[in-house]
Design a protein around this ligand. Structure first.
Ligand code: PRP
Ligand code: MN
Ligand code: MG
Length: 179
C-alpha cells in the first residue's frame, strides 16, 4: 500500500496526540452527562474507536451511514441515509464523529435532521477539515487537523473503499486515481 502514497501528511503519533487531547476535553464536558457518540460509517470508525477509548466517562454508541460520495473522488451532491440510528435522540446530548468535512453536504444534512429530532445538544467533531472543499456552510465544533485540497486517504478515509486501514493520513499518488 505504501507505494501508492505520495506523502504521509499526518503520522500515527500526531493523530494519537490530537485524539488524546480531544478525549480529555470531551471527558470534562460530558462528565455528568451520558452522551450518545454517533459515528458516521464507514470513514469515522477508526477515529471513533480510538477517541472513545480516551473518554473517561459513560457514553453510548450508535452509527449512521449517510452517503454523499460515489465510488470515486468527486462528490455527487446527493445525500442518502443507508443506515439510520437505532434509538431516539430526543433530549440526548450527541457527539457526531466524522473523519472529514469536505463539501459539508453530508453533515449539513445530518445536523439539520438531528436538530429536527429534538436532540438536546449536538457537538460535531472531525478528525480532518478540508475548508477549501466547502460548498455548504457548516459549524464544526472541533477539527483535529486542517488538510489541504488534496485527495487524502487512511485512518478510515478511502479511495474506492481501499486504504481505510492505513494507520496514518496520506496523500494518494494522482496516478492511482487517474488510471
Ligand atoms: C466521506 C467522508 C465524510 C463525507 C465528507 O464519506 O467520510 O463522511 O464523505 O464529504 P462532504 O463533506 O463533502 O459531505 P463517504 O460518503 O465517502 O462514505 P464513507 O465514509 O463510507 O467512505
Ligand atoms: Mn464518511
Ligand atoms: Mg468514502
Amino acid at each position: 500500500m505504501r507505494e501508492d502514497i505520495l506523502e504521509v501528511l499526518i503520522s500515527e503519533e500526531e493523530i494519537a496526540q490530537k485524539v488524546e487531547e480531544l478525549g480529555k476535553e470531551l471527558t470534562a464536558t460530558y462528565q455528568d452527562k451520558f452522551p450518545l457518540v454517533i459515528g458516521i460509517l464507514k470513514g469515522a470508525t477508526p477515529f471513533m474507536m480510538d477517541l472513545v477509548r480516551t473518554i473517561d466517562t459513560q457514553v453510548e454508541f450508535d452509527f449512521m451511514d449517510v452517503s454523499s460520495y460515489g465510488a470515486g473522488v468527486s462528490s455527487s451532491g446527493e445525500v442518502k441515509i443507508i443506515k439510520d440510528l437505532d434509538a431516539s435522540v430526543e433530549g440526548r446530548d450527541l457527539i457526531i464523529v466524522e473523519d472529514i468535512i469536505d463539501s459539508g453536504r453530508t453533515l449539513a444534512y445530518l445536523m439539520n435532521m438531528l436538530k429536527n429530532r429534538k436532540a438536546r445538544s449536538i457537538k460535531l467533531v472531525t478528525l480532518l477539515d478540508k475548508p477549501a472543499g466547502r460548498v455548504v456552510d457548516i459549524e464544526v465544533d472541533h477539527a483535529c487537523f486542517n488538510v489541504p485540497n488534496e485527495f487524502v486517504v487512511g485512518y478510515g478515509l478511502d479511495y474506492a473503499e481501499r486504504y481505510r486501514n492505513l494507520p496514518y493520513i496520506g496523500i494518494l499518488k494522482p496516478e492511482v486515481y487517474t488510471d
